[in-house]
Design a protein around this ligand. Structure first.
Ligand code: 5GP
Length: 176
């Protein structure tokens, strides 16, 4: 099977969108500390660029890593934590940063999990909201791009651990 990459979101557009997202976040939280939590590994580049666009001194960064099982239509899907948050989140303004929201199961699980730490607020931020396979409705406060479908790579997103390092986002097209 041959894989071809079709560019769907160029680097310049991602850069522009991240600036917009950061400005919206700063507008919602004009002052005080912000705690950004990224989901590994996919969100590592997005989170790195997003926090560098935030213009204040008090920014904290942490990561969670989850493992997902069962995305077939017949299964309910199950998410478990393989690396938990290490910062204290109680009373903090937390922004949960996801690369892609697809079925919504990961983010729904993480919102619940992070709420147990009693933050002051939890906002959700996704670079890509991919609508077609959504199984649970999750509230997305900040969204970069909305797409219907497609398997995407680049800018942190992988296909069998390949392509994370690419600066733009591509759709993987398979052919014989
Ligand atoms: P969900 O729980 O919303 O179905 O899945 C979210 C996770 O699935 C994302 O954080 C990402 O790791 C993975 N995922 C979903 N769609 C894609 C995609 O198009 N490309 C890649 N590389 N990963 C995806």
């Amino acid at each position: 099977m041959k894989e071809t990459l079709l560019e769907v979101i160029p680097q310049a557009l991602i850069k522009e969108k991240i600036q917009e997202l950061a400005e919206t976040i700063e507008g919602d939280f004009p002052e005080g500390p912000l705690t950004f939590i990224g989901t590994l590994k996919g969100a590592f580049i997005f989170l790195a660029d997003l926090v560098r666009a935030i213009k204040r001194k008090e920014v904290e960064v942490d990561f969670v890593r989850v493992k997902s099982y069962g995305y077939s239509d017949t299964s309910k899907g199950e998410v478990t934590i393989t690396k938990d948050v290490e910062l204290k989140l109680e009373g903090k303004n937390v922004i949960l940063v996801e690369d892609i929201v697809d079925t919504g199961l990961t983010l729904a699980f993480l919102i619940k999990h992070i709420s147990l730490h009693n933050p002051k607020t939890i906002k959700t931020c996704a670079l890509i909201d991919k609508r077609e396979r959504r199984k649970v409705e999750v509230n997305l406060d900040y969204v970069g791009f909305t797409l219907e479908r497609g398997f995407l790579v680049g800018y942190g997103l992988d296909y069998g651990e390949k392509y994370r390092h690419l600066s733009s986002i591509y759709e993987v097209i398979k052919s014989e």
